[in-house]
Design a protein around this ligand. Structure first.
Ligand code: IMP
Ligand code: MG
Length: 176
């Protein structure tokens, strides 16, 4: 993919500032508590790694793997847990860490799935909140940036598995 097919949205420096801001807010809100971050693979792995290292509170990490986008750019609406958390979430303060919330179907499904494990609290942190295609209302407690639309890649986000490794965030200009 050459440069002309994607538009730079947020630089690594912008992202670092945003992550620092979010981590500051989370550290303040959870003062005196220990949280479990549940990262949603694969998209959130870089965000979670950066966020976790900026937190000033005791933190444990776990991951879930979900299948929602088979491929391409639109949600199928069908969500499946392919790898569940391993830590016991019962009675714990849990924060879901997402790369992007689009239709909201994936996060809504995951939220219900994790609520069934009876955490003491469950909140959601997403780097990107893309509202155009939101089809279920879902409480987003910590948001990096709100976007109207666009297909976003880089910093963990992919298009058919490409571009996850990019340090910056881009909007993909989809070719007709
Ligand atoms: P949702 O269920 O429609 O909210 O979408 C959930 C998942 O689709 C996200 O966790 C991403 O993995 C993927 N996704 C949605 N929008 C984008 C995008 O703009 N770029 C890359 N992945 C996306
Ligand atoms: Mg994802």
């Amino acid at each position: 993919m050459n440069q002309s097919e994607k538009r730079l949205l947020f630089t690594a420096e912008d992202i670092a500032h945003q992550v620092q801001r979010l981590a500051g807010q989370i550290s303040e809100d959870y003062q005196g508590k220990e949280i479990i971050l549940v990262g949603v693979l694969k998209g959130a792995f870089i965000f979670l790694a950066d966020l976790a290292r900026q937190l000033a509170i005791p933190t444990q990490l776990d991951f879930v793997r979900l299948a929602s986008y088979g491929s391409g750019t639109e949600s199928s609406g069908k969500v499946e847990i392919t790898t569940d958390v391993q830590l016991d979430l019962h009675g714990r303060d849990v924060l879901i860490v997402e790369d992007i919330v689009d239709s909201g179907l994936t996060t809504a499904f995951l939220r219900e799935h994790l609520l069934a494990k009876k955490p003491r609290s469950l909140k959601i942190c997403t780097l990107l909140d893309k509202r155009e295609r939101r089809s279920v209302s879902i409480p987003l407690d910590y948001v990096g940036w709100h976007l109207d639309k666009g297909f976003i890649v880089g910093y963990g986000l992919d298009c058919n598995e490409a571009h996850r490794q990019l340090p910056d965030i881009y909007e993909l200009i989809l070719q007709p």
